[in-house]
Write a protein that binds this ligand. Structure first.
Ligand code: FES
Length: 881
């Protein structure tokens, strides 16, 4: 530690910290403007000047001066105050004085500092600059005449978001914040708004609706992706005013601007029962009585396996845990799964094949009362872990990787915070980035190597890289213990490097060698793979290839060196870990009596696994006697997200009785016999597990009108069916679940699954399939995927949310492809696959390779999955509509 004095007070500080940081830690006030805790200091405004001995005679900026042994720091003197006052006058010289109408009033750092420094007038004159207001941009309003050129917005946008959408224009006194374009053409994350110390950047959703001091603030985890960001929800008179993230600042657009979904006009407010093909409103008792009676009737006639459950990544851990308990301990069946089957569970299956299922031994019960959402299990000295969860990395760790290899992921729309972690890692001088994707994505501009392969060729790319790695280093010992390298070598024999390069669409096999060299040199390599890869039908095979690669090059003992599969939604990882699976209990524990007894007493566990979601549909297709007759779904518009929509619609139509728990009467809910309206995030308590494994907590900020939280509906339905009582609050349900999941030992809000558990990692090279043929011979390959401004379908329900920026789904295609089809921006195109045909407006996108087109899947229209078969990739023909 470093010993110094600040204003005569002896303090100790960690070496490398700045004087400003140490003063803050010790409650000593030093004013500042350009500094922000989320940013690297640049020392430009000089408001934070302090006197330092030993040191130069001039004052030094506290934000950019590190502490030193024996230093004597003075933070307040007549000289310093005079300097600060003069500097503030210069800042104020051309600042529009309109505090009464400025939205920042009450939380403006300039306003507070002006008062603190006692400045009541500015005796300097200058040429008035034009205000250059921007009222045109979506969601963000700009007032350059209030800007103090601190550069916080420029730095957050450039260094952390990586959008580089705003910058300084002109020089000296005429310096102005600009984007080069009006209106703004950026990611609309709004991080610039919260980091702006003044009112130069305004949140249009919040403008003139409330003052900062009028709102009630509730901390909660964001529900719109698997990033696990937390923020404050500001509520006034029972209505959300804004989402605010003052300290950590970073949020994506859907996190910051997506909240109006809670007030969407088409939200369900009362249960619905279908009679003679039409819905009528019903009371909760009527609806739950009907569901109970029907489930009992079907179970009595056809057995419990005739009822199938689909959990939800939208619902909390607690709701999903109760849901699987309803099926297993109540009905007595393992017939349940969750929509992660379409992507994330393929990662789980592939990784479990190579690294094994999780095993954690010797955790111990915590023998005292715990705070809410803390695991009742603690890690003891004897605790040991193994299995795939221990090769998964957290976002914090990713920032320490010295190489990121991202394949089959469009990182920013799939999981924005993962991209921010990559940006943090980029700050390291030795950092390398390899990006492999069929199209150019945002991060290509920083890539040391971009591999542009044909859609669906990921396994061939991986095979080429591993072949090059082993050819260059024939005696290479896998970095992770594994005893069957020859099995991998056998798999790789199928094609030579040139053949692989041709199949991938590369001009030369040397690209494999370049990638292999970078990977072999990395000391802490991280591997990201995304929904674009996981949504393919053989993604489990691709994940095995990725896991094989990690066995060769991974260094899990180094922070950051890990695998990072994208778990797209807020609780995609959580719904799997909560046990909504046909073949695993919570914590991926096996279906055995001992484990089940821990969860729900002496009721024998059903050891026969249920059908997974896709196998269930196959059984319906063949009218197999093992096909279910009833379905209970915790929401999610299955028709919007299942591949081959018309097949899904036909098969789900065979079910005798469907119950859907959702906030909206979406297309799938329209098929239901009973619809139960649910509370949305801010209206309930509960928790999620993010893609990076951190536990995030929802706190109730709004009263829900007519709707109920998922956990309560499941609990009330279980009571009507005579099932054992369940704990009566989300906190108690969490304890009930967590006390039997050893993998969660030590888990608490903000903490990460498995962190702190000493793990022994070993793996077994898995042979993988190198056949990548895509069905059909049509000229274009369509990728169905995600866009930045939407999360599932929820954000498409309110016109004032992110629909403002991305109002509809459009077919993106390369300008030259468009020209050859005589299509221009905005034209309507007909897209035809062997399974269906839809029309969509066209947008031109030079980031796509020629022959590759893209459609988002969030929108009811165009219904992208009318075209797909069993994957997010399909060959299509495109014509002018
Ligand atoms: Fe230190 Fe601006 S806050 S120079």
């Amino acid at each position: 530690m470093v010993n110094l004095t600040i204003d005569g007070r002896a303090v100790q500080a960690e070496p490398g910290k700045t004087i400003l940081e140490v003063a803050k830690e010790n409650g000593i006030f030093i004013p500042y403007l350009c500094f922000h805790p989320a940013l690297k200091p640049i020392g430009s405004c000089r408001i934070c000047v302090v006197e330092v001995k030993p040191g130069p005679p001039r004052p030094l900026p506290a934000c950019a001066t590190t502490v030193a042994e024996g230093q004597e720091v003075v933070t307040n003197s007549d000289r310093l105050q005079a300097i600060r006052r003069e500097l503030m006058k210069l800042v104020l010289i051309n600042h529009a004085i309109e505090c009464p109408i400025c939205d920042k009033g009450g939380e403006c750092e300039l306003q507070e500092l002006t008062h603190a420094l006692g400045i009541d007038q500015v005796d300097l004159k200058a040429i008035a600059l034009p205000p250059n207001h921007d009222y045109e941009s979506d969601l963000i309003e700009r007032h350059p005449d209030r800007c103090i050129t601190c550069g916080r917005c420029v730095r957050i946008c450039r260094d952390h978001v990586g959008a580089m959408a705003i910058n300084f224009m002109n020089r000296g006194y005429f310096t102005e914040l600009g984007s080069g374009r009006v209106p703004l053409d950026c990611e609309f994350c709004g991080s610039c708004i919260d980091i702006c110390p003044v009112g130069a950047l305004i949140n249009k959703q919040f403008k003139y609706r409330a003052r900062a001091w009028e709102v009630d603030k509730t901390m909660m985890v964001c529900p719109f992706c698997g990033g696990g960001c937390t923020y404050e929800l500001h509520v006034k008179d029972g209505r959300v005013m804004r989402v605010y993230n003052g300290d950590s600042v970073l949020l994506c657009g859907r996190g910051r601007f997506g909240y109006p979904v809670v007030e969407a006009e088409d939200r369900l407010k009362t249960p619905l029962i279908k009679e003679n093909g039409k819905f009528r409103t019903a009371t909760w008792d009527e609806a739950l009585d009907l569901v109970s009676a029907k489930f009992k009737e079907i179970a009595a006639e056809a057995g419990a396996n005739a009822i199938y459950g689909i959990g939800s990544p939208r619902a909390t851990l607690e709701a999903n845990y109760l849901f699987q308990k309803f099926f297993r301990a109540g009905l007595g069946t393992n017939q349940l799964d969750n929509p992660g089957r379409l992507h994330y569970l393929k990662a789980v299956a592939g990784l479990a094949e190579v690294f094994g299922w999780p095993k954690v031994t010797e955790v111990k019960a915590v023998g005292k009362t715990l705070p809410p959402y803390h695991s009742p299990l603690a890690i003891s000295e004897e605790t040991k872990g193994s299995g795939f969860p221990f090769v998964l990395g957290s976002f914090e760790e990713l920032a320490q990787a010295d190489l990121v290899f991202a394949i089959g992921a469009d990182i920013t729309p799939e999981l924005p915070p993962l991209g921010w972690a990559v940006n943090k890692a980029r700050q390291n001088d030795k950092f390398k980035l390899i990006l492999a994707n069929p199209r150019t994505t945002k991060y290509d501009r920083w890539a040391d190597l971009s591999l542009r392969y044909k859609p669906g060729a990921e396994r061939l790319v991986l095979a080429g890289i591993m072949k090059a790695l082993l050819a260059a280093q024939p005696d290479r010992t896998p970095a992770i213990a594994s005893g069957n390298l020859e099995d991998l070598q056998e798999t790789l024999k199928k094609f030579g490097p040139k053949e692989l390069a041709t199949k991938c669409g590369f001009d030369e096999a040397a690209l494999f060698e370049e990638a292999a060299t970078l990977l072999a040199q990395a000391q802490a390599p991280a591997v990201i793979f995304g929904v674009e890869l996981l949504g393919q039908d053989k993604a489990e095979q691709t994940v095995m290839a990725l896991a094989d690669l990690f066995l060769l090059i991974g260094r899990p003992e180094k922070p950051g060196s890990a695998l990072y599969p994208v778990a797209e939604k807020a609780n995609t990882r959580g719904v799997c870990e909560a046990g909504v699976l046909p073949d695993r209990l919570p914590g991926y524990l096996p279906l055995d009596d001992q484990t089940a007894a821990a969860f729900w007493g002496d009721k024998p566990v059903i050891k026969e696994p249920g059908l997974d979601l896709l196998a269930m549909l196959d059984k319906l297709e063949t009218d197999d006697p093992a096909a279910p007759q009833a379905l209970y779904a915790l929401g999610g518009d299955l028709l919007r997200f299942l591949p081959n929509r018309s097949r899904a619609e036909k098969l789900l139509g065979k079910l005798k009785f469907i119950v859907v728990q959702d906030a909206f009467l979406n297309d799938f809910a329209q098929m239901a016999d009973v619809v139960l309206p649910v509370a949305i995030h801010a209206e309930q308590e509960g928790s999620f597990i993010s893609s990076g494994g951190s536990l995030g907590v929802l706190n109730k900020a709004l009263d829900a009108d007519g709707v109920k939280p998922d956990w309560q509906i499941i609990s009330e339905l279980g009571a009507k069916m005579g099932f054992p009582a369940v704990p009566g609050s989300p906190v108690r349900i969490f304890q009930d679940l967590a006390k039997n999941v050893p993998l969660w030992a030590g888990l608490a809000p903000g903490k990460t699954v498995g962190s702190g558990i000493p793990a022994t990692l070993s793996g077994k090279f898995a042979p993988f399939d190198l056949d990548i043929s895509l069905p059909g011979r049509r000229p274009f390959t369509l990728i169905v995927g995600k866009v930045l401004q939407h999360s599932g379908s929820y954000t498409t329900h309110h016109p004032c949310g992110t629909l403002v920026v991305t109002p509809k789904g459009m077919l993106a295609l390369h300008p030259e492809d468009a020209a050859s089809l005589e299509l221009a921006e905005g034209d309507e195109a007909k897209i035809i696959s062997s399974h269906g045909e839809i029309t969509a407006p066209v947008t031109l996108d030079a980031n796509l390779a020629q022959g590759v087109v893209f459609l988002p899947e969030h929108f009811a229209e165009p219904a992208a999955h009318m075209l797909t078969l069993n994957s997010n990739l399909v060959r299509v023909t495109i014509q002018k509509a």
